[in-house]
Design a protein around this ligand. Structure first.
Ligand code: IMP
Length: 204
């Protein structure tokens, strides 16, 4: 049995991505945990050698928990485009290149869709996927996966959020994630979906 998580629990968010850390801290706010990030503690980033979101989330959470002896939470996430057989998938961050320029990454997605003549919304289906792994200092681990589906638009719209948000329009909305109020994105995102599954481990 993993110890329950609740007010005052110290939790290390195993990420150096400021956008992700911000979203995870927002989602965790109601639970009054003591949240620190791997970036703040200067922990090294392990190589993501897994072949799935779940494997990579676990690699990151394990590395951070071992390095800090703390309860660690890692997120591995990305954009899976149906017409591209799930690409960029676990390589979503890498498609942005060393400059981490997500306009470049979105353009690559758009070019790959263009090469397939994918102009109709039904040919431009995609999902954001998020795996969340928790690892306790005693090595106990739990992983949860969440998803949100939508359509890719071009040109990108909006300046909020991060990564591929400006080209992703979730089902049931006529705005992109980057045009939404962050609170609204948090209600429906892949991260929120995985997070809601993880809440079974939290104290009331
Ligand atoms: P990771 O750090 O290897 O998990 O990289 C995940 C990448 O997927 C991020 O750098 C983003 O490009 C993309 N991504 C994940 N979640 C989101 C999101 O909520 N919005 C936009 N892009 C996302």
């Amino acid at each position: 049995m993993s110890p329950p998580i609740g007010p005052g629990t110290r939790l290390l968010v195993a990420s150096h991505n400021a956008g992700k850390v911000r979203e995870i801290a927002d989602l965790l706010k109601p639970y009054r945990l003591e949240v620190v990030s791997a970036g703040e503690l200067g922990l090294p980033e392990p190589e993501e050698t897994g072949s799935t979101f779940k494997e990579n989330a676990l690699i990151k959470a394990l590395a951070c928990s071992r390095a800090s002896c703390m309860l660690a939470l890692a997120d591995d996430s990305g954009l899976a485009v149906e017409a591209l057989d799930g690409e960029p998938g676990i390589f979503s961050a890498r498609w942005a290149g060393p400059e981490k320029d997500f306009y470049v990454a979105m353009k690559k997605v758009e070019q790959a869709l263009g090469a397939q003549g994918a102009t109709k919304p039904k040919d431009r289906r995609a999902s954001f996927i998020c795996a969340l792994s928790l690892v306790w200092p005693d090595g106990h681990e739990e992983t949860f996966e969440g998803k949100v589906s939508g359509t890719l638009i071009w040109p990108p719209r909006g300046s909020r959020g991060f990564g591929y948000d400006p080209m992703f329009q979730p089902d049931g909305y006529d705005v992109t994630f980057a045009e939404m109020d962050p609170a609204e994105k948090h209600n429906i995102s892949h991260r929120a979906d995985a997070f809601n599954k993880m809440l079974s481990l939290f104290k009331d």
